[in-house]
Design a binder for this molecule. Structure first.
Ligand code: SF4
Length: 506
């Protein structure tokens, strides 16, 4: 073989390995995406973009949605968004997929005389909605109609729902499914701080030198928060308290696989050690807390020797845990559903808060007693949908608060209820007891998620009128509804669009 034929052969080698006009070529061709998107697949070239916040978990990652003819065709994480810094987890990358689900509700459905759901136009649906609910209220009282909402819709919609339900339709009772997961954190924060507001930013994950995760599998449940932990350059001690050997536990520097239901004892035991050894911040405690001496007396009995065996740990492990907290300069405590839905949950959350307070690990970067929620807008539901409190953290029972909110909204204060709502479970009980006759269920599927499903199915049958508003007409609750209202999903609502032709924003 001559040198030139060898060179010719070598030149044709890439063609053997990479076919430039094969079946997948068009799929793989990249072109400049414009809008600062870098290169995108040519077949998915957008003509506009908009931004959204991912709605799958509570992290709140920013996404750029690529649009063509007004339709979402692709997405990329927003590089400048301070939450995710250009990252997204597999759930976020799939955020467009549910929009195209085959069982999307696309038209209102009304149950007919034969008991079947049949399509109707929006005018008919709205007429039935208002006439039926009003008739029930006229016959049984305003509080005979209630709503059950969600943590899945955006804050503006939460606020509108709460205002429409209570100030417009005169309802007294409305609650969100967020009550089920977050009541613990809300009560703990309100009792400890007087207000429901988790005191952290995601930058704290990067600034701590000790990160304590209680009942939280951050790697899986909140992947981008875990990425923020991985960006921490302080080589933090990562302590996981979880009976299970979760993915997060496996990545931790210390894993305490405590016995189920022993977390409160563990936390009291840690408080005992910190106090006994003087590993507390007396100045901070004196300046910012009350009742510390009573608390110290209370935890006196939780000695390492009694607590360790009950938690399934050794005394040495307990001491090492406490000492790690003591040695930390910026210790952050985080909890989520393992605490919120656990045994003696509110006290457990407060015991975490107390550890942060007594060691002065609060109010500084990289510290805090921090509750991580599950749903994307649990906080919006808690603060703005007129469920657990009057709009914006105000109190239904406080006439000055009612007057303030009424004057801000330009409405008559008399339309604001002067009593609290029934909680989710009490609304369900109210239906069972025949006191609540009409229910409007929004973006939640209680027939699937509520406890005692067979009993709940019987409870729903007691309603005179059930309206379900959802993206899908196939949910277990929608199938039981008298009226189904199709809901637009996140990618189908009004937003800000950047036109690729002239750069105009609409
Ligand atoms: S971490 Fe949560 S908010 Fe972020 S992309 Fe994943 S599912 Fe969406």
């Amino acid at each position: 073989m001559t040198l030139s034929s060898t060179i010719d052969k070598a030149r044709s080698l890439p063609d053997l390995l990479r076919n430039r006009d094969g079946e997948l070529t068009q799929e793989l061709v990249l072109r400049p995406g414009e809008f600062g998107l870098g290169k995108v697949p040519a077949r998915l070239q957008p003509d506009a973009t908009t931004t959204v916040v991912c709605g799958f978990c509570s992290t709140g990652c920013g996404l750029n949605v690529h649009l063509k003819n007004g339709q979402a065709i692709n997405l990329t994480p927003t590089t400048s968004y301070p939450v995710n810094l250009g990252m997204a987890c597999p759930k976020g990358w799939e955020a467009i997929t549910p929009l195209h689900a085959p069982d999307r509700a696309t038209t209102p459905l009304l149950r007919n005389a034969k008991g079947e759901l049949e399509p109707v136009d929006w005018d008919t649906a709205m007429q039935v909605f208002t006439v039926r609910f009003k008739a029930i209220q006229d016959q049984f009282g305003k509080d005979s109609v209630a709503w059950i909402g969600t943590g899945q819709i955006c804050t503006e919609e939460m606020a509108f729902l709460g205002a429409l339900g209570k100030f417009g339709m005169g309802m007294i009772h409305g609650d969100g499914n967020t009550r089920q997961c977050m009541a613990t954190a809300v009560a703990a924060y309100k009792q400890s701080f007087g207000f429901d507001a988790p005191p952290f930013t995601y930058a704290d994950f990067e600034q701590s030198d000790v990160i304590v995760l209680v009942g939280s599998n951050l790697c899986i449940a909140h992947p981008i928060m875990w990425q923020r932990v991985l960006r921490n350059r302080n080589h933090p001690e990562i302590i996981v308290v979880d009976p299970r050997k979760t993915e997060t536990a496996m990545a931790a520097t210390q894993h305490y696989a405590i016995a189920p239901k022993s977390d409160l004892k563990l936390l009291y035991g840690l408080a005992h050690i910190l106090i006994e050894r003087g590993w507390i911040k007396r100045d901070y405690i004196n300046a910012h807390t009350s009742g510390f001496d009573d608390f110290a007396a209370f935890v006196k009995g939780f000695t390492p020797e009694t607590v360790a065996p009950e938690c399934g740990l050794s005394v040495e492990q307990l001491l090492h845990f406490a000492e790690t907290i003591h040695r930390g300069q910026r210790v952050s405590f985080w909890w989520t559903m393992g605490v919120n839905q656990g045994h003696e949950a509110t006290r457990t959350a407060q015991a975490i808060i107390n550890l942060a307070l007594m060691t002065g690990n609060i109010g500084r970067p990289g510290t805090g007693a921090n509750s991580i929620t599950g749903q994307c807008n649990a906080m919006g539901s808690r603060l703005f949908s007129n469920t657990t409190n009057l709009l914006g953290g105000h109190d239904f029972l406080n006439s000055a608060h009612r007057t303030k909110v009424a004057s801000l909204l330009g409405i008559n204060a008399a339309v604001i209820p002067d009593q609290n709502s029934l909680a989710y479970d009490q609304i369900v009980q109210g239906i069972d007891d025949g006191k609540i006759k009409g229910l409007w269920m929004i973006a939640t599927n209680a027939s699937h998620s509520w406890i005692h499903q067979s009993k709940f199915a019987q409870t729903l049958k007691k309603l005179d009128f059930l309206v379900v508003q959802d993206m899908y007409h196939t949910t277990e609750t929608a199938r039981e509804a008298d009226l189904v209202l199709p809901a637009a999903a996140w990618g189908e609502k009004e937003g800000t669009f950047i036109n690729s032709n002239d750069g105009s924003v609409s």
